[in-house]
Design a protein. Structure first.
Length: 686
């Protein structure tokens, strides 16, 4: 006689739903143009999580409140933390080893947010989730959902405990009221805030909890039906029937039969509908499809037990590895985006790599740590957390150790006894910390989260009103300018626009056209005594258009001249304009020191590093601008500081290999120190 198959330790259909959710999330991240609605997979994860939370709490409901809470947290953190912390650690090591330097500073900060489960903190417009997905600089963007879930962990035991004090017949209504309040909150606040807010997501978790509670009721109902069948009259008597039974509207076993009859077809239709919504090739309105998918997932979970589609081995295994896959896939995609964007072959390889690594991680690390005792899990979590803190802050720790016993006062921290090895280390650090170095602690920013934009310097007691404007080079020079000119200023008003020149709307982009107007308006309102333009040339270096042979015909120059005349009308004394010098090949910066160490000819390094194109045309336009400036414009020229007369090349590093530039194409702290004397002389003469 064949023995019946043992019942699985977990519901396979739920693993199937989890698999479908992770598949559409992967589709949304890797191929957003084909799966624009795949983000709804995360909404499904929230419903599944709510189900699991309620199951754990219900199993411990006979414990004391303190034991219930501690058991819940120990089980949940045992499942989530070890792998989560390991992925952050490995991601940071890979970040330092393989990612561009420009991605490091951003990810050090976001790694801290991920480590503390606050990746869902309120975001600026630039930090919007869908914006961050499109640029893929932040390798921890996807951890926002884990932050929402962990934060809900700190609420759900108390929601559950309060429900246990309410009569059982009112408990579903209690959950419904809380869910309704959360649902209304989600749709009445701004979409960017609602997306990340744990309070705006409670309704999705509660749907999962409600499904579990309804599932218990269903199981109890099934048990009662089976008992009724066992205690019922003999089959012959049932077949004959009697008047009393025929008059009954519907007996329990008939209800159960109807339930079994219709639950599987409804589950099948629900699966198909959810798949169609999630993979629909056109973006659907989230205000409609989010509640539909959330409720549909809850309905499916209620009906899908033993569903053959969801319980098949392939889907259930994908569901098993879904946690590893979710954590691992995004850093791999971000690496592709930053280094191989446009290569579809490498994108496919990135997706395959994520799948393979997820399988390896699940079969080795996940299965291993889930068998450990709670004590060993606790030790593992503490060790991983400590290692993460060290790795995330490794540069600051190294700098602190290196500065012990040294008296350093310059911006670059370079001393006479440093070697090419120090140059290699500091060149890397200056590029990594480039954005951080744009902030000046003396400036009060209109947007405190960005060093770009407008700010006003404090702590001044001079007699002149000054204004500094330009692209990010304005912020790049801010500390040095304050140190050299601040003693003569009663105010310094600073405005910098990313990638936009004040004298011409760079690339005629919408953003630069708006900033172009803003520069003129701000200068007109400020009316400074002196103004200074700090700009790395961009569009003003473009060659003359076809058939244009003079500045009178040159549309770029005429725009520059018109803007300059507006500026000087509102400047009392002088307008200082930084002249153009060649830009760099940013990828060569980190190779300067190693090339010096290997004895490479400095001229060869110059040719590798410098991009001499177009800067001469920018200088010609500037020279003409001075002629048309009515004696109010003065050019500030860095060419004598960087041009090597012996080799007739621009030299953007010193003899030890310390770079004057960073990879984001700003002057490094060493470069700022190199040109400091220029501004010392200018400020003395004001």
């Amino acid at each position: 006689m064949n023995q019946p198959k043992p019942k699985p330790s977990k519901r396979l259909d739920l693993q199937g739903i989890r698999a479908l959710a992770i598949i559409v999330v992967l589709g949304f991240h890797f191929y957003p143009e084909f799966f624009p609605n795949g983000y709804l997979g995360v909404d499904q994860f929230f419903v599944l999580s709510g189900f699991l939370m309620c199951m754990l709490l219900k199993r411990a409901e006979n414990q004391s409140p303190c034991q219930l809470v501690s058991l819940f947290y120990s089980k949940r953190f045992k499942r989530i933390l070890p792998l989560y912390l390991l992925v952050i650690l490995v991601s940071m090591i890979c970040l330092y080893s393989f990612f561009p330097d420009t991605a490091i500073e951003t990810n050090q900060e976001s790694a801290i947010h991920a480590l503390l489960f606050v990746s869902n903190r309120p975001k600026t417009v630039a930090e919007d989730y869908f914006t961050m997905l499109s640029i893929a600089v932040d390798i921890f963007t996807h951890t926002w959902s884990l932050s929402v879930e962990i934060q809900f962990y700190f609420l759900v035991p108390f929601i559950f405990l309060l429900a246990s004090k309410i009569p059982e017949k009112f408990q579903l209504g209690y959950y419904g009221v809380i869910g309704l309040i959360s649902f209304v909150h989600f749709y009445t606040i701004s979409s960017s805030v609602a997306f990340n807010s744990v309070f705006a997501r409670i309704w999705q978790f509660l749907i999962g909890m409600t499904v579990y509670l309804l599932g218990i009721s269903k199981s109890e109902f099934q048990y009662q039906v089976l008992n009724n069948l066992e205690e019922s009259e003999p089959e012959s008597k049932q077949l004959l029937g009697d008047e009393e039974s025929q008059e009954t509207e519907c007996c329990p076993n008939e209800k159960f039969s109807n339930f079994l009859k219709y639950s599987q077809p409804v589950a099948f239709v629900t699966v198909i509908c959810l798949i169609c919504i999630n993979v629909f090739p056109l973006a659907l309105p989230s205000i409609v499809v989010r509640p539909v998918v959330t409720l549909g997932t809850g309905l499916l979970m209620l009906l899908s037990e033993d569903n053959w589609i969801l319980s098949n081995k392939v889907l259930t295994y994908i569901g098993d590895i879904s946690y590893s896959l979710y954590l691992i896939h995004w850093p791999i995609y971000a690496y592709w985006k930053l280094t191989f964007e446009g290569s579809q072959i490498f994108l496919i390889l990135a997706l395959i790599s994520a799948l393979i690594l997820a399988v390896i991680t699940f079969e080795t690390f996940e299965k291993w740590y889930l068998k450990l005792s709670s004590t060993n899990i606790g030790i593992l979590v503490v060790v991983l957390f400590f290692l993460n803190v060290v790795v995330i802050n490794k540069d600051e720790i190294t700098d602190h150790i290196d500065s012990i016993g040294k008296n350093i006062s310059s911006l670059d921290n370079v001393t006479d006894d440093m070697t090419v090895d120090d140059a290699e280390r500091l060149n890397h650090r200056w590029s990594v910390n480039d954005n951080k170095n744009l902030f000046d602690p003396t400036c009060v920013y209109e947007n405190p989260k960005s060093a770009l934009g407008w700010c006003r310097h404090t702590g001044l007691s001079g007699k002149f009103k000054m204004a500094t404007i330009g692209n990010s080079w304005t912020a790049n020079h801010a500390k040095m300018f304050y140190q050299e000119c601040g003693y003569k200023a009663k105010s310094i008003y600073q405005g910098s626009a990313f990638g936009c020149e004040p004298l011409y709307p760079s690339a005629q982009s919408k953003m630069c056209r708006e900033n172009f107007t803003d520069f003129e308006v701000r200068i007109r309102k400020e009316k400074p005594d002196y103004a200074f333009i700090f700009t790395r040339y961009m569009s003003i270096g473009a060659p003359w258009p076809t058939n244009v042979t003079s500045f009178k015909q040159d549309p770029i120059y005429q725009t520059m001249k018109e803007q300059m005349l507006k500026f000087i009308e509102n400047i009392k004394y002088k307008l200082y304009i930084l002249d153009a010098i060649p830009r760099i090949n940013r990828g060569a910066v980190n190779h300067i020191a190693s090339l010096i160490r290997n004895g490479t000819d400095p001229i060869a390094i110059d040719n590798l590093l410098v991009r001499p194109h177009e800067y001469e045309m920018a200088r010609k336009r500037h020279a003409q601008l001075v002629k048309d400036c009515k004696g109010k414009c003065i050019m500030v020229d860095y060419k004598p500081e960087f041009y090597n007369l012996e080799t007739e090349t621009f030299r953007y590093f010193d003899e030890r290999g310390f770079s004057y530039w960073t990879t984001p194409q700003h002057l490094s702290p060493h470069g700022i120190e190199h040109i400091r004397h220029v501004w010392t002389d200018i400020c003395k003469k004001l």
